[in-house]
Design a protein around this ligand. Structure first.
Ligand code: PLP
Length: 358
């Protein structure tokens, strides 16, 4: 299948094959990695190596820790205000679409939250420029969504928030391109798009920021618990972390973030060209300077034509092209693991469909 699913999404074929080889007998121990203790030296090695690989790929400076949590990125929406919006201070949110909205709503459940910028009601969809983001000087943190998975918009440039810690939900574009991770006090991502299967949430936390967290929070919802116990306080999602380990090695072998970005720009260039050169037959939903290299959203002139597009695409082996149920239209998700050949095939299919129906 040409897999354009938005999440859970495509994994590199080589990684799936490697996992298959080790599925029953992990490195000659006569058992699967799923069947052994998370306190074993085999799993501790996976845990430590995965943290190191993530730090290396992101080019993290000293003072950051990589943590493995559960509950998905959605649990982070609540944990962030629980831990950091304390002592009368609140978080400030950059509102760019459905996911930032969900993060903001959870913060409001915990108390107050302010809005640092909002472009979520605009058409075409877009991300704010750094100069549009107004950060209250006393904000506990600023939260942004680096890539809005449903809208198909992505920040081209991150703001400088000075003394106010910046938190990024990178669930749908982590490790897809080069960026300066040291601008962020915290980055988090559910694994199931660019990192591996669902079940683990990666949290990257600057230790001095982590120290500001509130006390008196339930143990499993406190970042301190994961920091103090090397993410081994309770039973971690062993198999998911193991798969992330394989995916990170795959990214490193391919040449790291620079290579991922080059490949993602090439891949999405093919599809965006098919949209832009269609004489208006296809229309992109995101403003050009906010276009995502992970989720490409577009539409046709009417719903009937879109249905025909999806049906014919499906018959030709293309999976995952309907837009999110909340917005409709069309979306192709082209995460790291989606091969160039799939994107080329989709661009060709789009040209062909236009010739037949335009
Ligand atoms: N944030 C973004 C940008 C997402 O795309 C998603 C899921 O698609 C989430 C958060 C929620 O992630 P999870 O399902 O891991 O809770």
């Amino acid at each position: 299948a040409y897999n354009f699913n938005a999440g859970p999404a495509a994994l590199p074929l080589e990684v799936l094959q490697q996992a298959q080889e080790q599925f029953v007998d992990y490195k000659g121990i006569g058992m699967s990695i799923m069947e052994i203790s998370h306190r074993s030296k085999e799993y501790e090695q996976v845990n430590d190596e995965t943290q190191q690989l993530m730090a290396e790929l992101l080019g993290l400076p000293e003072g950051y820790k990589v943590l493995f949590l559960q509950g998905g990125a959605s649990t982070q929406f609540a944990m962030i205000p629980m831990n950091f919006a304390a002592g009368g201070r609140s978080g400030s949110y950059v509102m760019t679409g459905s996911w930032s909205e969900k993060a903001y709503q959870e913060a409001q459940l915990m108390g107050e939250a302010s809005i640092a910028a909002s472009t979520d009601k605009e058409k075409p969809l877009r991300m704010p420029a750094p100069s549009e983001i107004q950060v209250p000087a006393d904000a506990a943190y600023v939260h942004l969504t680096s890539n809005e998975t449903i809208a198909g918009t992505q920040f081209a440039e991150f703001p400088d928030t000075g003394e106010v810690p910046l938190i990024g939900d990178m669930s749908s574009d982590i490790l897809s391109r080069e960026f300066d991770a040291s601008k962020f006090a915290m980055i988090y991502a559910g694994a199931q798009k660019n990192l591996g299967p669902s079940g683990v949430t990666v949290v990257i936390l600057r230790e001095d920021f982590a120290k500001q967290a509130a006390k008196g929070i339930p143990t499993m919802l406190r970042y301190e618990t994961y920091l103090k116990n090397n993410s081994l306080y309770n039973t971690p999602p062993v198999y998911s972390v193991y798969m992330v380990n394989l995916v990170l090695k795959w990214i490193k072998e391919k040449g790291g973030l620079a290579a991922m970005e080059r490949s993602n720009r090439e891949k999405t260039g093919l599809i965006y060209s098919a949209i832009d050169n269609s004489g208006g037959f296809y229309e992109g939903l995101a403003a050009r300077d906010s276009r995502s290299i992970m989720n490409l959203t577009f539409k046709l002139s009417n719903e009937e034509l879109e249905k025909a597009f999806v049906a014919e695409a499906k018959a030709n082996g293309f999976v995952g092209l309907p837009g999110h149920r909340s917005v409709g239209h069309l979306r192709a998700s082209t995460y790291n693991a989606v091969p160039y050949e799939s994107c080329k095939a989709l661009a060709e299919f789009m040209d062909e469909f236009r010739r037949k129906n335009g």
